[in-house]
Every structure is written in structure tokens, then in C-alpha cells.
Design a protein around this ligand. Structure first.
Ligand SMILES: Cc1ncc(COP(=O)(O)O)c(C=O)c1O
Length: 417
């Protein structure tokens, strides 16, 4: 038995249903590796020694690649000096000053560990600010796994009773949701663009973003942009700067410390009073190692051409994929910003084509996702894109050769299990 299979079996015994959450491979094509021993730049090495170019960046964390020596060096230096102690490291103040200096709408910051902490705190602060309950979220949007934002077994209807759904980018639907909230609207939540799993990604309509701002101003509710996934991948500011709209609160996480555990909620003066009244804390929220890593990450974001670079790389990948798909006569849909690509196939309701294609890609050493948006790392190079396109050429050929005989895809059934 391979090391990979042995580890999978051992994991099955010591976790409730094996490796859990977004890093579980139970929803991925069967040949996806689960365990890795090392990673550097955009390459991850599996326990069986195979190397993969990774287009997931740990689901958007490693904007500057794995094992970045300068960022990790700052982390280690801070850890050795102090990390979590009975008090606060000056780096925390410096980081809050830096972030509020970068993100236009922000006047204050609260550092937390996960994106879910940040979005949940955003909901609490909006409710404290307005003394109201209702929160509008777009149908299908993910804002974390907290009881208010998920529908998992173990949560109750009562815990999400304050949530009202609308359709992303649909102004009339947003108007109707606000009307439903009546005089009880606390917040409108929005992701920077529609980046739900399994469907084509949808860029934000500026009219929708402006209407959300207008409705919040009219009702006194707070506008919250959930930038946990897309933050700094579209702009060197809150992502809705791209459509000219500033929120009251924005939630951040994932890449702000390039893979080190740190997330943040940022807010404006209007929300400061409520933010100072709400109770929040966490044993590890003051950990200064990740904050030191974040300072270096933010320096890169502000002082290098990383954004233009990942746009150029993402554009080259998109163009190359489109050419190859055309050449092989395959209907491939590429949606969302080029820095966060999503690949779905035409006439593929159960995603069997996407699964087969990804499975062929992973065989060829490229780790892509069949139904979640991916992420372009600044550590990727044009040579890597070339290598990816070479693999894709083979994967398209194999997909076409499999023809209409592809077996139905049963893996996604686990989503509702
Ligand atoms: C848009 C968005 N919000 C919130 C979260 C939750 O973040 P975390 O997994 O760090 O709790 C995620 C995670 O993927 C996300 O994509």
C-alpha cells in the first residue's frame, strides 16, 4: 500500500469521517492526493514523492507562494522573540496602522484567526450598531461555517432566522429583501464578486454595489464586504474599490499573512462605537508571529507589481486554455477575474467532464479544482503556465478520447451527505 493510502486509512480511524473540511479529498476526483510533505513556491510534494503545480494556494492563502523566505523569516524572528504572551506586541499596532492606511474605508481593525471570526464579528457589530436583527446575504454565498451563516446539521433555524436571501447582482431582488427586512435591517453582506462553488463566477455589477450602499445609507444598516477570499487579488484596497463602492465593514483573511493564521475585520468611524461595545476575544487572536508575516506581505502588496503580475499570468493561462479547448473542440467556460480562475465544461450537469479533465491534470502534475475557483500565485511563472498548458493539451485529448462514455460523477453526492 502506498504511503498516501496508508495515511488515508489512518486518518479515517482518527477523524470522524477522515480529513474534514475544504482540504478533504472525498469530493475530489479519486486520484487526488491528500497528503503532502513539503511545498515551495507553487509546487507541493506529495507523500509519495510526486510534485504538483498547485493552483489552489491552500484555497487562496499563499499569494506569494509557499515557503517565502522573507515572509517566513519575519514570522520566525517574531516567534522567537515572542508570539502569544500575557500582553500585546507592538507589531499589532503597527499592523493595524498599516492596514487602515491601505484600505480606504477602514479606520480601525480587529485581528482574529479565521475568516469566519471576521464575518461573524461583522454581523454582531452591525446588529449592535443598528439594534436590529436582519442580515441580507446573497443566495449561495459562503461567509464561513458559523451557525448564522451555514445550514449544517447541528445548527438551528432559529440561529439563521435573521438571514434574508437575495440574488447577487439583482437590484430588484435586493430591494425586495430590504423591503422584507422592514425596519429591522442590520446589514447587507456582499462578496466582491459571485464566487460560489459549482457555478460560473459572476463579476459584480456596479449598479448592484451602488444600490447596496444607497440602501444601507437610507436605512442606517451597515454594508459589509466579505473580502476573505478575494482580498488583494483584485485591488490594493477593498475589492469593491473596483466598482467605486466603499463598505462600512470589510472582512479579511486567507492571504493577508501569506498563509500564517491571521484574519481581520476592518471598519469605519461610523461603526467604531458599536465595535467598541461588542464583546470579542480569543486565546490566539494576539499572536504576533503571523502579524510580523503580514507586515512583510503588505509591504509586497503595496510596493511590488504583484497584482499586475498575477493578472498577466492569469490572462496567459486563460488565453492558452481557450485556445487549447477550441483546438480540441471542447466547450470550456472560464469565468471570474483572471487572478481567480474557474473552469467549468459545457453540457456537464454532474461535472463528469470537469472531474475527468482535472483527474488527467493531476496525473500530469497540475493540481486544479473541478468546482471551486482557483488562485494565481505571484510565485507562478510563465514557464509554469507553459507546463500547465502542456498538461492541459494532454488532458483535453484524454477527455475527448473518453467521449460520451464517461461514467456519471457520484462524488458530489457527498456534498449533501
Ligand atoms: C468569502 C469567504 N468568507 C468567509 C470564509 C471563511 O473563512 P475561514 O475558512 O478562514 O473561516 C471563506 C472561506 O473560504 C470565504 O471564502
Amino acid at each position: 500500500m502506498s504511503d498516501e493510502e496508508t495515511l488515508k486509512r489512518r486518518a479515517q480511524a482518527v477523524f470522524p469521517r477522515g480529513i474534514y473540511g475544504h482540504l478533504s479529498t472525498r469530493l475530489m476526483p479519486e486520484n487526488y492526493p491528500q497528503f503532502f510533505t513539503s511545498a515551495k513556491g507553487v509546487r507541493m510534494t506529495g507523500v509519495d514523492g510526486k510534485v504538483y503545480i498547485d493552483y489552489m494556494c491552500a484555497f487562496g492563502l499563499n499569494l506569494f507562494g509557499y515557503g517565502d523566505e522573507e515572509i517566513n523569516g519575519a514570522f520566525v524572528k517574531q516567534m522567537l522573540a515572542t508570539d502569544t504572551l500575557t500582553g500585546v506586541s507592538p507589531v499589532m499596532v503597527e499592523l493595524a496602522e498599516r492596514l487602515t492606511g491601505i484600505v480606504t474605508h477602514a479606520d480601525w481593525a480587529i485581528f482574529v484567526k479565521n475568516g469566519t471570526d471576521a464575518t461573524t464579528l461583522g454581523a454582531m457589530i452591525a446588529r449592535a450598531h443598528t439594534k436590529r436583527e436582519k442580515i441580507i446575504v446573497a443566495e449561495g454565498a459562503y461567509h464561513g461555517f458559523a451557525a448564522w451563516s451555514s445550514a449544517s446539521p447541528g445548527t438551528t433555524e432559529a440561529e439563521r432566522a435573521g438571514r434574508i436571501a437575495c440574488t447577487y447582482n439583482d437590484v430588484d431582488s435586493l430591494d425586495r429583501a430590504v423591503a422584507r427586512a422592514g425596519d429591522d435591517l442590520a446589514a447587507i453582506f456582499a462578496t466582491p464578486f459571485k464566487h460560489d462553488i459549482l457555478i460560473d463566477q459572476i463579476e459584480p455589477d456596479a449598479a448592484y454595489a451602488r444600490r447596496a450602499r444607497e440602501l444601507c445609507d437610507k436605512t442606517g444598516a451597515l454594508l459589509v464586504v466579505d473580502d476573505v477570499r478575494a482580498g488583494f487579488k483584485l485591488a490594493r484596497d477593498c475589492s469593491w474599490a473596483t466598482v467605486g463602492v466603499e463598505p462600512d465593514l470589510s472582512a479579511w483573511g486567507k492571504c493577508i499573512a501569506n498563509g500564517h493564521p491571521l484574519s481581520a475585520l476592518l471598519g469605519n468611524e461610523k461603526a467604531r462605537r458599536a465595535a467598541s461595545r461588542v464583546s470579542y476575544t480569543g486565546s490566539f487572536w494576539f499572536q504576533s508571529g503571523p502579524m510580523a508575516a503580514a507586515l512583510v506581505t503588505l509591504d509586497r502588496i503595496m510596493n511590488t507589481g504583484y497584482l499586475e503580475n498575477i493578472q498577466t499570468l492569469g490572462r496567459a493561462l486563460r488565453d492558452g486554455m481557450a485556445t487549447l479547448a477550441d483546438r480540441h473542440g471542447v466547450g470550456l467556460r472560464q469565468t471570474g477575474p483572471v487572478t481567480m480562475p474557474m473552469f467549468l465544461f459545457d453540457d456537464d450537469p454532474d461535472h463528469r467532464k470537469g472531474y475527468r479533465w482535472c483527474s488527467e491534470m493531476v496525473e500530469r502534475g497540475v493540481y486544479m479544482h473541478p468546482f471551486h475557483n482557483m488562485f494565481i500565485s505571484n510565485a507562478l511563472t510563465m514557464d509554469d503556465v507553459g507546463q500547465t498548458l502542456e498538461a492541459a493539451d494532454g488532458a483535453f485529448r484524454a477527455l475527448v478520447a473518453a467521449g460520451p462514455e464517461l461514467a456519471p460523477n457520484t462524488r458530489l453526492a457527498a456534498l449533501s451527505a
